[in-house]
Design a protein around this ligand. Structure first.
Ligand SMILES: [Fe+2]
Ligand SMILES: [Fe+2]
Length: 269
């Protein structure tokens, strides 16, 4: 009898928990593109060179990169009705102006949150972030930033240490979701690193892929290798290059994710 009652109570609690998670939209990962140089048919947002996206539905709400101009970032955030008070942490892919331009303004709106920076960030930049109200942390090796969300760790771009970069890897029930800023270390290398540092297959990759200086043969080879690595869906944007984006669109027919400022993507958690 007591056992039956306990069973019933447990079932009710489980249903209530699942309902509340569902109502909070937490059963899915939701990615909103806040800053991008490509446009979508969303009104009230402005496209500009740079990248930023918001990741919701994970344990912490994460702002990944902050675009170039704080006024445009602010305009897009307001148009997309993003509640800045919900952001729990910021992850910066790399220190180029088109990814860190809005950081000071964001921190003026939401203070005392961790700001994960690639390890190459100098002391004086950390001091600035602290002065702006953030809690800067350098990331060198791959690590978890919150439950089921990881940084690849800082990856070098051989041609210039200033292009060292980290990417975000989210572990979902359907494999890994990888988000890149500019992918200067190489989009394929990032996909492979994601697989090395987090158990699971990389299934979705989105962000800037930085392939504008690759020729057709190189782009095709990268796409083939990404598919072999398990990638099923792709959202190539920002600095990927128009021609390379067309290659991805054709190679991932029906599974290409067109990105632009205002795009909202959801994935099962
Ligand atoms: Fe960029
Ligand atoms: Fe860059």
């Amino acid at each position: 009898m007591i056992k039956n009652k306990l069973c019933l109570i447990f079932t009710i609690l489980a249903i209530v928990f699942l309902l509340s998670e569902s109502l909070n939209g937490k059963v899915e990962i939701r990615i909103t593109i806040l800053y991008d140089n490509y446009v979508t048919p969303v009104t009230g947002v402005q496209a500009d060179w740079g990248f930023s996206c918001l990741v919701q539905g994970t344990e912490k709400t994460i702002l990944f990169d902050t675009g170039t101009r704080s006024d445009i970032l602010q305009k897009n955030i307001e148009s997309l009705k993003v509640d800045l008070s919900r952001i729990n942490m910021i992850v910066i892919s790399h220190l180029h102006g088109d990814h860190i331009g809005g950081l000071q303004w964001i921190l003026s709106q939401k203070r005392d949150i961790p700001v994960y920076l690639p390890a190459m960030a100098k002391d004086d930049y950390l001091a600035k972030v602290r002065q702006w109200g953030g809690l800067p942390l350098r990331i060198s090796k791959a690590r978890q930033v919150c439950r089921n969300v990881f940084s690849t760790g800082e990856m070098p771009a051989d041609f210039d240490p200033a292009f060292s970069e980290q990417s975000l890897v989210i572990k979902t029930s359907h494999g890994l979701l990888v988000i890149t800023g500019c992918a200067h270390p190489g989009i394929l290398e990032i996909v492979r690193r994601a697989h090395q540092v987090v158990s699971g297959q990389p299934r979705v990759v989105l962000g800037g892929f930085h392939l504008m200086r690759k020729d057709d043969r190189e782009i095709a080879a990268i796409i083939d290798a990404m598919k072999t690595a398990g990638v099923e869906r792709c959202g190539a944007s920002h600095c990927t290059g128009d021609r390379a984006i067309e290659f991805f669109r054709n190679a991932f027919t029906g599974r290409f994710l067109p990105l632009g400022v205002g795009t909202v993507l959801t994935f099962p958690r």
